[in-house]
Design a protein around this ligand. Structure first.
Ligand SMILES: Cc1cc2nc3c(=O)[nH]c(=O)nc-3n(C[C@H](O)[C@H](O)[C@H](O)COP(=O)(O)OP(=O)(O)OC[C@H]3O[C@@H](n4cnc5c(N)ncnc54)[C@H](O)[C@@H]3O)c2cc1C
Length: 502
């Protein structure tokens, strides 16, 4: 019988079915140890090839695991949820297909990355920018949005601002979501839902198909902006600041993603240098060594005119000042171009990736060469969501910090309100994988803290290969319905088996 690998070789250009052991070993390397057998790497460069790959996958029952750029660091990188998958590396499909410079859309293939999109929009002198994450500049617009990643600006809920997906299903069927399924639909790129049940949302955090094209909505560049940094004394006093943030979002002075809250450990990790001289015994205790362990609330205030921004600023100051030790304001008009550039919305510097090197000793790679998988950086993300209520969230954050410290790790925590109701929390567990036992310690911490959070009703909004198995069983019939949905899209379970619910 002809194997899947042999059949894939007949539909892909030469050299695009890769099975060299060294290459497979590299692809199976993540920022935590997670043994996984991978059969091959398939690297198509056109949608029609993806369709053929999927037909063969179903005919031979050989599962595939698609990724767009594979930078899902801290959540499994390129690792499938099951053994014996062929990786479907879509990074070679990297064309920007369309830009609407009046309505603010960008239609792309999965390999298009944040730096590429930003350079393209700049070259086009577009009045729009693409929301970028605090993660890798070479991450995928589509891959990140499909994971419901978080970015900057008013369209920072990236999955909520993606439309007109082209999705290839196991067996080779093709669907287009929203109005894009109708010939010459004038609003295909402009509506997520179209008319009737919407398939767009079903493709995020799922295993139903392979997305080969999507339209990403863009935000208009603000005419003027301020960056406000409020310093809050400690986790114990964070509650009032969270309530002030909620009021600012509820009253629409700020859009939800305009606010980011980082604790001292997250702020410190950004430069990638653990202060070894201050921490003879791990973990580093910033409160003990420096006498204080503040949180930093970063707020972007933007608008069409100076008068609008000044009015919004007055409200931001009125609500944040009483709960802050200090309030620093940066005005775009007072910054030099060099100071302004890294702060401009839609500029993917990738500089936060230095934080993955926090516990590594020795020289850091250059910014454009950061690769936490290759450099054995230990990173595991833990992503619970909480109600945006100070009295509820602050004690949970204090308890996460306590439990992470118990495992000998620094509690590196960031927060983003994603609506006037909801707070997304991201905890980074960082170690040096080159040191014996550290990987196991970080994973034990991840599992213990996540189980505690779930026991308290604080469920995660994003999972990685390390956490798909930790969700509790649902209390209703949804698990069976999910299985039926999965079968409708992928009857033989050959696309990303085991990922998220299905
Ligand atoms: C220091 C640091 C900071 C970070 N900051 C952020 C942040 O601010 N916001 C954030 O969201 N993330 C952040 N991350 C996490 C992660 O690095 C990013 O989300 C990154 O964009 C994900 O990698 P990617 O874009 O290459 O997606 P991929 O790895 O390509 O995709 C992620 C997953 O989505 C699925 N998928 C991808 N493409 C397809 C497709 N075409 N069809 C079907 N399924 C697909 C696959 O299961 C894949 O594994 C951070 C990571 C680090 C280490």
């Amino acid at each position: 019988m002809v194997s899947a690998l042999d059949r894939w070789r007949t539909v892909l250009p030469a050299g695009r079915v890769r099975t060299a052991p060294a290459e497979l070993a590299r692809a199976a390397t993540a920022t935590f140890g997670w043994p996984r057998r991978i059969t091959a790497i398939l690297a198509p460069d056109a949608p029609e090839q993806v369709r053929e790959i999927l037909r063969i996958a179903q005919a031979t029952r050989h599962p595939v695991y698609p990724y767009s750029r594979g930078c899902n660091w801290g959540l499994g990188s390129r690792l499938p949820a099951a053994d014996d998958c062929a990786l479907l590396d879509l990074s070679g499909m990297n064309r920007i297909l369309h830009h609407d410079a009046e309505l603010g859309t960008l239609t792309v293939e999965p390999g298009v990355h944040f730096a590429q999109a930003a350079a393209y929009l700049k070259a086009q002198r577009s009045p729009f920018y693409c929301s970028v994450t605090g993660g890798p500049a070479y991450g995928s617009l589509i891959g990140n949005a499909l994971e419901r990643g978080g970015g900057d600006g008013p369209l920072g809920d990236r999955a909520a601002h993606m439309a007109a997906l082209e999705v290839m299903l196991a067996g080779g069927e093709v669907i287009h979501t929203g109005f894009d399924r109708y010939a010459q639909a004038g609003t295909a790129r402009l509506s997520r839902t179209g008319v009737g049940p919407s398939l767009t949302e079903l493709m995020a955090q799922s295993s139903f198909g392979v997305v080969t094209r999507a339209t990403i909505w863009l935000a208009q560049r603000p005419a003027t902006w301020r960056l406000v940094i409020a310093t809050v004394a400690s986790t114990a006093t964070l509650g009032p600041a969270l309530d002030a943030v909620r009021q600012l979002v509820q009253s629409q002075v700020l859009y939800p993603n305009a606010v980011t809250l980082w604790n001292s450990y997250k702020m410190r990790a950004r430069d990638g240098h653990f202060p070894w001289e201050q921490a003879p015994r791990l973990p580093l205790d910033i409160g003990a060594t420096e006498g204080a362990e503040p949180w930093y609330v970063s707020v972007t205030v933007e608008g069409a005119t100076e008068r609008i921004v000044e009015a919004l600023m007055a409200e931001v100051q009125r609500l944040l000042e009483p709960c802050s030790l200090a309030l620093d304001v940066l005005r775009d008009s007072e910054l030099t171009p060099a100071e302004r550039a890294p702060l401009e919305p839609g500029n993917p510097t990738g500089a936060n990736v230095f934080s993955a090197y926090w516990r590594k000793k020795g020289a850091l790679p250059a910014l454009e060469d950061l690769d936490p998988d290759r450099d054995r950086c230990g990173v595991i993300w833990l992503c619970p969501s909480l109600p945006l209520l100070g009295a509820t969230a602050a004690p949970v954050l204090a308890e996460i910090e306590r439990r992470v410290r118990q495992h000998g790790l620094e509690p590196n925590i960031g927060l983003n309100p994603t609506s006037p109701r909801l707070l997304d929390v991201y905890v980074a567990l960082m170690v040096d994988l080159a040191l014996p036992g550290e990987d196991e310690r970080a994973m034990a911490c991840h599992h213990a803290v996540m189980k505690w959070l779930i026991s308290q009703g604080h469920l995660p909004y994003r999972l990685g290969v390390q956490s798909f198995g930790l969700l509790p069983p649902p209390v209703d019939d949804s698990a069976a319905v999910m299985v039926r949905l999965k079968r409708a899209f992928d009857p033989l379970d050959v696309v990303s088996p085991g990922r998220y619910a299905a």
